[in-house]
Write a protein that binds this ligand. Structure first.
Ligand SMILES: Cc1cc2nc3c(=O)[nH]c(=O)nc-3n(C[C@H](O)[C@H](O)[C@H](O)COP(=O)(O)OP(=O)(O)OC[C@H]3O[C@@H](n4cnc5c(N)ncnc54)[C@H](O)[C@@H]3O)c2cc1C
Length: 595
């Protein structure tokens, strides 16, 4: 299938319509992308799954050994240039590999900390000497990395870190003192990316080697889930590092921390996606095997509803992840063609789509929580038993809503970044928002014209939902101006509206594009998926919108906005029950997640 190269801007989905031909869908994966995905899946199945219990018990050297094997197989090198021993593959391939390892419980956590937040700061902010020194070993698995940002007193408020870095009198060294908390891979890492304040307030990144005197580790944390991953405190007591250990520029550590997080967030969503598919398949298999009232429970409507709903949400978030992933990859190519370096280009592209990355982090982690929660329910009492797999899946899922920026922080960030883009003139939000305000005063358009084509009606619904977002966001900006940041509940409402609409639109566009190639009959259950997802989205957007209107307005203004919301969320009733049954029947027949 031909992939077009339409460039879009981050956050633009709110004000523009997208042509189905311009988005990337999983049907567009190249052979190489699928092959790398399969390699990652095989690794998890053959190497990780048999060790899960032992990994959870922290058997000495086991996780490190697994990580070394993954490195030897090339899984760490997907995004690393060949000159440092990597495979130099595109961004979508790195998402696909991350999805592939996603079902490996604690393993993807160790994998993501190493390949993401530990290696990428060196790749993107290291100088040539640092890259040559560390990247080849980190790529082939000889060296392991960890990332030390969080402290006991500063988590979400990462820049509030207290760890100090004091230059020595001769200016040749820095002496680090402080305490880092929750450090993934802490127990076996050789290289730590450490953030510290130089001269009290210049937030700066450092590369600190494990054997540096003064660096010591706390015990393994006792965690609710991902028990197999190593999580320790890192203590820095007069840790003396040469000035060559400074990563990037003094006082510019926030650039490292935040830029790397953009990429980390969409990758976290991809890892969650891999885990959802595994949990969905487990649920389907169990539902087919478990007999109650002389029938496999998969025959019951209530269970079909769960199996379908798991698949619908998985399919939807997958559509959004790979759409955004390719938007980032295309922007990277564009920036490269404009003469930016390899490093600047991917970071710049991820920054451009930081809104989407934050939204996907939220949705990816929440879909996984939903899928494993319903998975436990499908398993009944056995779902609550540590002898069955859903127990671990349920516990391991929960962390994803907390790290890489909590979901609250990511929701607020997403809206904040959209508004900042508008203020900077990078996104024309105000024009369309004013047009929506004017439309509110006008006589409603009764949509009398004939609609044709697959999803013609649904696409109109999406366009109206976007107007609802613009109406609410526009009102919030007018009402609160500079104090909007304090109205977190409203920001959350706007974020949730945007997340649902982006995901619903991505799903419709994916199905439309794929149906255009294979025909509507071949995609009939995917068409059901897109319609059910949109049906639910309309109600969710209505609820978020109502909450915001009730908070922000009163009297005539409230009545006007409520009427507008009603108009923008008007959609026909739809028999979602029958659609879900059709979707579930396909899963039940396939005995696995089949979309
Ligand atoms: C298993 C595990 C592994 C981790 N791995 C690493 C790692 O490798 N490296 C690393 O540096 N860190 C790591 N972390 C730390 C992780 O990133 C932080 O836990 C996370 O950023 C949240 O910080 P916190 O725990 O201090 O929570 P807090 O920031 O105290 O947040 C508590 C609650 O308050 C909310 N909140 C905070 N600020 C605001 C606000 N302004 N407005 C509204 N709500 C707010 C949060 O959303 C949350 O619900 C890890 C954590 C865990 C549990």
């Amino acid at each position: 299938m031909e992939v077009t190269n339409k460039l879009v801007k981050g956050g633009e989905f709110i004000i523009k319509e997208t042509d189905a031909q311009d988005i990337f869908t999983p049907a567009d994966f190249s052979e190489e992308q699928n092959m790398m995905h399969q390699t990652a899946l095989d690794f998890v199945e053959k190497e990780v799954q048999p060790l899960l219990e032992r990994l959870d018990n922290h058997e000495e050297g086991l996780m490190r050994g697994l990580m070394e094997k993954a490195g030897q197989l090339g899984l760490f090198g997907v995004s690393i240039p060949e000159q440092y021993g990597g495979l130099d593959m595109d961004f979508t391939t790195s998402l696909r590999v991350t999805e592939g390892v996603g079902g490996g419980h604690s393993f993807p956590v160790a994998f993501a900390a190493h390949t993401g937040i530990a290696m990428l700061p060196i790749l993107y902010f290291g100088n040539e000497e640092q890259k040559n020194k560390y990247l080849p070993g980190l790529t082939n698995g000889e060296l392991m990395g960890a990332y030390c940002l969080t402290e006991p007193g500063s988590g979400s408020d990462a820049l509030g870190a207290k760890t100090k870095a004091i230059p020595t009198e001769d200016g040749e060294h820095y002496v680090l003192n402080g305490q880092k908390m929750w450090i993934t891979n802490g127990g076996f890492a050789d290289v730590f990316i450490v953030f510290a304040q130089v001269d009290g307030d210049k937030f700066t990144g450092f590369i600190v080697e494990r054997n540096t005197p003064g660096l010591s580790l706390g015990n393994e944390e006792h965690k609710m889930g991902i028990k197999g991953s190593s999580t320790r405190q890192v203590f820095l007591s007069d840790v003396k590092v040469p000035k060559s250990a400074v990563l990037g520029e003094i006082g510019k550590g926030h650039l490292i921390a935040f830029n790397i997080l953009n990429i980390g967030r969409i990758k976290l969503a991809a890892a969650c996606l891999g885990a959802t598919k595994m949990a969905s398949t487990l649920s389907i298999k169990y539902a087919n095997e478990r007999v109650q009232f002389k029938l496999p429970i998969a025959k019951f409507g209530a269970i079909k509803h769960k199996l379908a709903q798991q698949a619908i949400r998985i399919y939807a978030v997958e559509s959004a992840i790979y759409r955004a992933g390719m938007d980032i990859a295309r922007m990277e190519q564009e920036l490269l063609s404009k003469g930016q370096s390899h490093n600047e280009a991917l970071l710049g592209a991820a920054r451009e789509f930081a809104v989407e990355c934050a939204m996907l982090k939220v949705e990816g982690s929440e879909v996984l929580d939903y899928v494993v929660d319903e998975g436990v329910q499908v398993y009944g009492g056995y779902g609550f038993s540590a002898d069955y797999p859903m127990d671990r899946a349920y516990r391991d899922s929960r962390i994803n809503r907390i790290f890489e920026g909590t979901n609250e922080i990511n929701r607020m960030l997403a809206v904040d970044m959209i508004l900042k883009k508008a203020l900077k003139g990078e996104l024309d939000l105000m024009g369309p928002a004013q047009a929506v305000q004017q439309e509110l005063m006008a006589i409603p358009d009764f949509n009398l014209e004939e609609e044709t084509g697959l999803f013609a009606t649904e696409k109109k619904t999406i366009a109206k939902l976007k107007k609802a977002i613009l109406m609410i966001a526009g009102t919030a900006v007018q009402k609160y101006m500079n104090s909007l940041a304090k109205e977190q509940e409203v920001l959350m409402n706007i974020a949730d509206m945007a997340i649902k609409v982006y995901t619903a639109e991505s799903t419709l566009l994916r199905v439309e594009k794929e149906a255009g190639v294979k025909g509507e009959e071949a995609l009939s259950t995917q068409i059901d998926i897109a319609r059910v997802y949109l049906y639910d989205t309309v109600d969710q957007v209505t609820k978020f919108g109502k909450d915001a209107i009730a908070t922000m307005t009163e009297g005539d203004e409230q009545r006007l906005l409520a009427m507008g919301l009603k108009r923008f969320t008007k959609a026909d009733l739809y028999n979602a029950k029958e659609a879900r049954r059709r979707i579930a029947d396909v899963l039940i027949a396939a005995n696995e997640y089949a979309y």
